[in-house]
Write a protein that binds this ligand. Structure first.
Ligand code: URA
Length: 439
């Protein structure tokens, strides 16, 4: 392998020049075999953050990261994954994966834990006793081949360079870079063997992307990179200016997912899950048009096929299915407190990232890497943006443990001070899907 100088590569990017495919590959290989230092990598990441990467560089970086570990491959274009950029109350994966799988899509899900104010799919599903999220890749592949769906946590084997780079970005203010986010997401999706990708780009106060221009730029960057790797992809920009669904909290979100799989869930969550699943069915070539795909998705939900598929996944991965059949067995707190509206009006907005942080305060998320998550605590929203409220109406219920009365009081104060805005005049109810972008 040709030798490059890390000093010269950092200097080149610092001065805004294009890095070559070979240089980017050398950087990632050297990071993996520890022949460059993490402080040098961090300097390069900051130069990339400031000067950007063009489309070619983004694809070359993705390629180098993708081959830093093992790669899976599957025959057929019906292997489609969904990736969400993260939000509050986002449990759509538990609904859309069984819907898509029941319609003939293979769904290889490698999901994450909570990050910042956002919740993690893996933390939520671990509230089901016995469910294993650390299956070896061979078992992941077997389940996918035989059952059409498997859900595991991030593994060291898939795109390990991303793990190192992500942890450096996390502590050096270089997370919110569109090319770096693109390479991070796409290297993992391509390594896990997805032949099609449906992106859920969250937009709003509970998302990492707070404005539409940035959300569109990220969507276009991902669609373009997918095209360079000959993968079909679609991106939906969706509303994260309030929690998705009504429940926020690990086990409570599993309960709401089960309700939604029984077609008894909240409208925003049902509509989003159906739209993402329908796009997966269409991208995977199972149906020839989006409208046919949507019809199939609705029918899988209504017939109970998706619910049965969910039970099957839980069983296959060691989970106790009696908790799905009787969700009241899932972890729940003994105490609740209703938080009531101090004045009448219409709910105008909710600062949703704060809601995620309030959950962490209650123990439902981590403050440090080693914190144990309390599966039972959470919030149940009874009123959402656009709804009329009278003085004394319950806006949400806090599910908490004993000895948390002071915390609940603080949550109530912070909710009215920092989170909720109430208008005197009528407010439109927001739609869940804001925009769809295609290649
Ligand atoms: N999610 C990822 O997987 N990577 C990023 O860089 C940001 C969000």
């Amino acid at each position: 392998m040709q030798y490059y100088s890390m000093y010269e590569i950092i200097d080149k990017k610092k001065n805004g020049h294009e890095l070559s495919k070979e240089e980017l590959k050398w950087v990632i290989d050297s990071l993996m075999n520890k022949s460059i230092h993490e402080y040098q990598m961090t300097a390069l990441l900051m130069a990339m953050f400031i000067k950007g990467l063009n489309k070619k560089e983004t694809a070359w970086l993705t390629d180098a990261m993708l081959y830093s570990g093992k790669t899976l491959s599957f025959d057929g274009k019906n292997v489609v994954d969904k990736h969400s950029t993260g939000g509050v109350g986002d449990k759509a994966s538990f609904i859309l994966a069984p819907i898509a799988a029941a319609c003939g899509v293979k769904v290889p899900m490698i999901a994450g834990r909570g990050l910042g104010h956002t919740g993690g799919t893996i933390d939520k599903v671990e509230s089901i006793p016995g469910f294993k999220t650390n299956l070896p890749l061979s078992e992941f592949k077997r389940l996918l081949d035989e059952k059409g769906v498997a859900l595991i946590g991030q593994t060291k084997e898939i795109a390990p360079a991303d793990k190192i780079i992500y942890s450096l970005r996390d502590v050096t203010a270089t997370v919110d870079s569109i090319p770096l986010i693109t390479a991070s997401i796409m290297s993992k999706k391509l390594a896990e063997g997805a032949n099609g990708i449906v992106m859920d780009i969250k937009l709003g106060s509970g998302a990492f992307m707070k404005n539409k221009t940035e959300a569109r730029r990220l969507a276009k960057s991902i669609l373009d990179t997918a095209k360079r790797f000959d993968r079909k992809a679609v991106a939906l920009i969706t509303n994260m200016a309030q929690p998705l669904g009504n429940k926020v909290g690990n086990a409570m979100e599993i309960v709401e997912s089960i309700q939604t799989l029984k077609n008894e869930g909240p409208k925003d969550l049902t509509d989003l899950s159906l739209a993402l699943a329908a796009n997966m069915i269409h991208v995977g070539g199972v149906e020839s048009s989006y409208s046919k795909a949507m019809k199939a998705a609705k029918s899988a939900l209504k017939s109970g096929d998706a619910y049965r598929c969910f039970i099957d996944i839980i069983k296959e991965q060691g989970g106790d299915t009696s908790y799905i059949k009787d969700p009241s067995k899932l972890p729940q707190t003994k105490l609740t407190k209703e938080i009531k509206a101090p004045k009448a009006g219409y709910i105008k907005s909710m600062k949703t990232d704060e809601i995620g942080l309030l959950l962490t305060e209650l123990g439902g998320g981590r403050k440090t890497k080693t914190d144990k998550v309390d599966f039972a605590v959470g919030f149940d929203f009874h009123k959402k943006v656009g709804e009329k409220i009278k003085e004394g109406d319950t806006i949400f219920t806090v599910h908490h443990n004993k000895n948390q009365a002071d915390k609940v009081d603080q949550i109530e104060q912070r909710f009215f001070k920092d989170v909720l805005k109430v208008a005197k005049t009528k407010v439109e109810r927001p739609s869940i899907i804001i925009e769809k972008l295609e290649q």
